[in-house]
Write a protein that binds this ligand. Structure first.
Ligand code: 4H7
Length: 245
């Protein structure tokens, strides 16, 4: 998968290419990230990317020409991309949209600054995406969130089992995790995890996930279709509640 970003602050985007799972995926050639400086697509001596708004008002607007020049260059060299604009007006990003985007071969994300972008640039845009109902000073942080979230669904980046265990797939919140030491100043790891009984551990984890979901996200619990392990876990949970009462 190829993801390109167009921005006046390329160094911001570079940061995410250097760390963790994404850095590894880039090294392995599973994901390619191209960062383009919008100023490189200007033709005037001052590399101007903004101008005064027609009709007046505060602030500046991003000029159309550098974007038109960029898309001309991109199409000549890489073909036709799927173009995303990060904006507070867009559809809110969620796991389903992330999964859908992870199937595209060539994505271009354009990042707005100032008061916004000249409306004629919208001709190139396939999808406007927001990462939530708040205003940011630029589209770079949302671009980074989109890249991070979609790269996790590209085959080979995260192991399949980890993805399958995530709450958006299971419909439940995560169970608690423990590592060494077994006893931390009297704070003990639940005994069942040392039992070596994998079936028992699975039911215990499911029980804890169901309990946490009931407590913190009853809305998710109501939507959850229960399988046999869920039902067995719930029986155990009710029995415990009964003995604790
Ligand atoms: C495109 C158009 C995304 C990008 C306008 C971007 C929030 C989100 C931006 C603007 C973003 C999000 C410029 C409009 C700054 C507001 C003060 C960049 N903000 N802005 N103005 N929620 N801002 O995903």
């Amino acid at each position: 998968m190829n993801i390109s970003v167009v921005t006046i602050f390329p160094e911001m985007i570079e940061v995410i290419t250097k760390y963790g799972v994404l850095a590894q995926a880039i090294k392995e050639g599973i994901i390619k990230i191209n960062i383009f400086n919008l100023r490189d697509f200007t033709k005037d001596k001052h590399k101007t990317v903004d101008d005064y708004p027609f009709g007046g008002g505060p602030g500046m607007v991003m000029k159309p020409e550098p974007f038109f020049n960029f898309f001309e260059f991109y199409k000549e060299n890489y073909g036709t991309p799927y173009v995303i604009l990060t904006t507070p007006q867009g559809d809110t990003l969620n796991n389903d949209l992330v999964k859908e985007l992870s199937k595209k071969d060539n994505i271009v994300i354009i990042c707005g600054r100032y008061e916004g972008i000249d409306e004629r640039v919208m001709n190139f845009v396939d999808k406007e995406i927001s990462i939530g109902d708040y205003v940011l000073t630029g589209g770079e942080l949302p671009a980074m969130v989109i890249i991070d979230s979609i790269s996790r669904f590209v085959p080979g980046v995260i192991d399949k089992e980890s993805l399958e265990n995530e709450s958006f797939n299971t419909g439940l919140l995560d169970h608690p995790h423990y590592t060494r030491p077994r006893d931390y100043n009297g704070n003990k790891v639940p005994e069942v995890l040392f039992s070596g009984n994998h079936k028992k551990i699975e039911i215990w984890r499911r029980k804890m996930a169901l309990k946490k979901t009931l407590e913190k996200r009853p809305d998710l619990f109501l939507k959850k279709e229960l399988d046999l392990i869920d039902k067995k876990a719930l029986i155990e949970l009710f029995r415990e509640l009964d003995t604790n009462a």
